[in-house]
Every structure is written in C-alpha cells, then in structure tokens.
Design a protein around this ligand. Structure first.
Ligand code: OSB
Ligand code: MG
Length: 382
C-alpha cells in the first residue's frame, strides 16, 4: 500500500444526554478523525474517541491526541514511506511509529484507517479481516448517571431496547443503593460496575457490600496506573476484577496474569479491551488471543465513541476470543445529537448483526465529517 496523503479533522460531537462518571460529566466531545488516501484511490477512515480532559487517563484528551498526531505520528508514517517506498502490512505501519512512546489513542486512529483500506482492497467486511467469525452477538450498555433515579431511568430505557448487559458507573458512596436498586428491578440481567479508579486502598472495602449482587465484574476500582493492588484485593472479593485504565498492551496483560496467579486466580481477572487504549486493532487481537489461552475473559469496551468508532469495535467483537458483551450502544441508541454516520447503529433483541458489505459496512460521508469540524482544525500531510 502506498499512502498518498493523510488528513485530520477534529469533529465536534454533542451528547444527546449528559454522561457522568466518577471523574466528571460530559456534554460535548471533540474527536480526531483520520482520513488516509492511497495512490490507487482507496480512502480509509479512523476515529479517536478522545475526551475533553485527561481525567479518565493520561493522553486520552483530544489536545494530546491531536498534538501527537500532527507533530509526531503522521509525519513518521509519511517519512517511513519516503524511506521504504510503501507499506506491506499493519506491522510495517506500526513499525513507522514504535519509536514514539505512549500516544496509544492517537496511534489507534491511524491504524484504524489502515485496516479500513486493507478490508477494501480485499473486498471483505472488516470483521473477516480482523479474524472474526461471529456475525451476531449480544451487546451491552454503559450507564453514567448522577443519581439513583437517573440511573434507574436509563436502565429502564436500556432494558426496553433489549440490551442484555448493563454497566453502572459507581464511586465511593454511590455504589450500594444504585446497585441494589437496579439488581432488584432486574434480577436476571447481566450486571457489572465501573469505578473508573475512584477507590483507594483505604476505602475499597466498601465494594465488599456490593459483592453479593451476582455481578459479572467490577471494573478498575483502584488507581488508573495500578495492577498490583488490584490483584491483591481481588483475592478478597468474589466478583472478578476487570482492568480498563491500567492495561495498554499485551505486556501489561502478561503482568496482570502473573500477578493474579500470585495473589488471586486468573479466573477472577477480566480485561476490557478498548482498541484505542491499547494503540489499535493489532494489539487488541494479541491481547484477546493471550487471554483466551489463559482463561481470562475479555470484552470490547467503549468510551463514548462516535458511530465510526463503535462500528470498528463491533467488528472486533466478532472474534471468537472476545467473550462478554461490550459497551456498544447508549441506553437510547446513539450517544450523540448528530453522529458521523448517516445510518445509526441499531441492535435487535439486544443483539447486533454485522453487515457482509465491504469494510465497515457503511459509507463514510466526508461532507458530513467536514461539516462537523472547525476550519482551523483540518490538516493535510502529503
Ligand atoms: O471507563 O468505560 C469507561 C466513557 C468514557 C470514558 C471511560 C469509560 C466510558 C464508558 C462509556 O463507560 C462506554 C461506552 O462508550 O459505551
Ligand atoms: Mg472503564
């Protein structure tokens, strides 16, 4: 593949309903979009699901992502090609920017655009290109509300939509009542919690009170950069712990496995695979494969991605080694007032069925993307 040019757009996305986590409430997001054009006329797209600030984790804010793309990653991709002539594979693409430490969110957008082109060149749906086999699978939603009432309303809507798994955002003092309310209203639903690193070594014991609610998992209760203490507290909880923020790579996953073997049991470890957090689809596949071999369950997490990012995640969910329902929809359907794809993503009876059309399965409308981004935030590299 010979890349002719790469363009960047910073797209403004307005949430249809505010989304609250332990670290804040979001109403408007800005997501970098990457458009890659090859010399033979293929066009690939990638989205980076960034947030307004780094409260979720370092380098997840759109300012950092944009700076890394403009200053380092895209120039490296173009320079490498000038030296080597063309790109023969995703490994090759990744090699062009491995010298850059971190910047996983930014890297993932470039990789996504590259996979989109690979799928188009082979004239196959993306899910087949990434090794998927399941076209239909159950999906879940993440519910971020400030009060028990708000969460209950969103949960009602989500269950009405048929979603098969609910994830509730919790934090110290907002865990027992909300979990009990949802669990007693929906005794049989698959239920899990996400603390987004809001507990400490001093107060994590509060989570023992929700250990009785037959939960699938509790996600990232402790510090965003911690794996060791998570492994230790896992031994004292029946509910498996799921790592989100602190897993960036296959190597981080190997370390977590080792620690759970030492302090707890790998069966009580679950990994939330967010392709943008682990630098892209390639690393996501490596993590899913390792986890499957070692009895660690995985699922595909979202982070308020626009429809293109959600669609990419759905394609990866087709893999056999992705076990649990992902964060694929908002409780009411799309998260945003206006999204980047014309056709909104819909599930039926809590299941999503991937299209057999080429690549993403939907045409990405550049006019629409341009109309949603500011003039000063467009870049072109040739
Ligand atoms: O931790 O999964 C998270 C949203 C923003 C930042 C982090 C997270 C989330 C979510 C939303 O839970 C999940 C989704 O996009 O459906
Ligand atoms: Mg999470």
């Amino acid at each position: 593949m010979k890349i002719q040019q790469i363009e960047l757009f910073l797209v403004r996305l307005e949430l249809a309903h505010p989304f609250t986590t332990s670290f804040g409430t979001y109403t408007v997001l800005h997501h970098p979009f990457i458009k890659m054009t090859t010399d033979d006329g293929f066009i690939g797209w990638g989205e980076v699901p960034s947030l307004p600030n780094p409260a979720y984790k370092a380098e997840s804010d759109h300012g950092s992502v944009w700076f890394s793309l403009v200053q380092f990653i895209v120039p490296s991709v173009m320079d490498y090609q000038k030296k080597n002539g063309w790109y023969s594979s995703v490994d090759d693409l990744v090699a062009s920017y491995t010298w850059i430490k971190g910047a996983h969110f930014a890297k993932s957008g470039v990789e996504a655009a590259f996979w989109d082109i690979l799928a188009q060149q082979k004239n196959k749906p993306l899910w087949k290109i990434v090794g998927g086999t399941k076209r239909t699978f159950p999906v879940g939603v993440s519910i971020g509300g400030k009060t028990v009432n708000e969460v209950m309303n969103k949960a009602e809507q989500a269950v009405k939509h048929g979603y098969q798994r609910l994830k509730l955002k919790v934090w110290p003092g907002f865990e027992y009542d909300v979990t009990q309310a949802v669990r007693s209203r929906f005794p049989a639903i698959q239920l899990q919690l996400d603390a987004n690193s809001s507990y400490t070594l001093e107060n994590w014991g509060r989570l023992k009170k929700v250990d009785i609610f037959n939960l699938l998992l509790i996600e990232q209760p402790l510090y965003d950069d911690d794996v060791v203490f998570h492994a230790q507290i896992s031994a004292q909880l029946k509910t498996p712990i799921c790592l989100d923020e602190s897993i960036h790579s296959l190597h981080d996953t190997l370390r977590a496995h080792l620690l759970w073997k030492t302090f707890s049991n790998p069966r009580k470890l679950i990994i939330n695979i967010k392709p943008p957090r682990v630098s892209g689809i390639r690393e996501s596949i490596a993590i899913a494969q390792f986890c499957k071999k070692n009895g660690i369950k995985t699922w595909i997490g979202g982070m308020l991605d626009g429809a293109l990012g959600k669609l990419a995640n759905l394609h990866i969910n087709a893999r056999d080694d992705v076990d649990l329902p992902g964060d694929h929809f908002s409780p009411t359907g799309s998260y945003f007032k206006r999204d980047v794809l014309e056709q909104s993503l819909t599930s039926e009876n809590g299941e999503y069925t991937l299209s057999n059309s080429v690549s993403y399965g939907q045409v990405v409308d550049e006019v629409r993307i341009r109309s949603m981004s500011d003039d000063y935030s467009k870049f072109k590299f040739v």
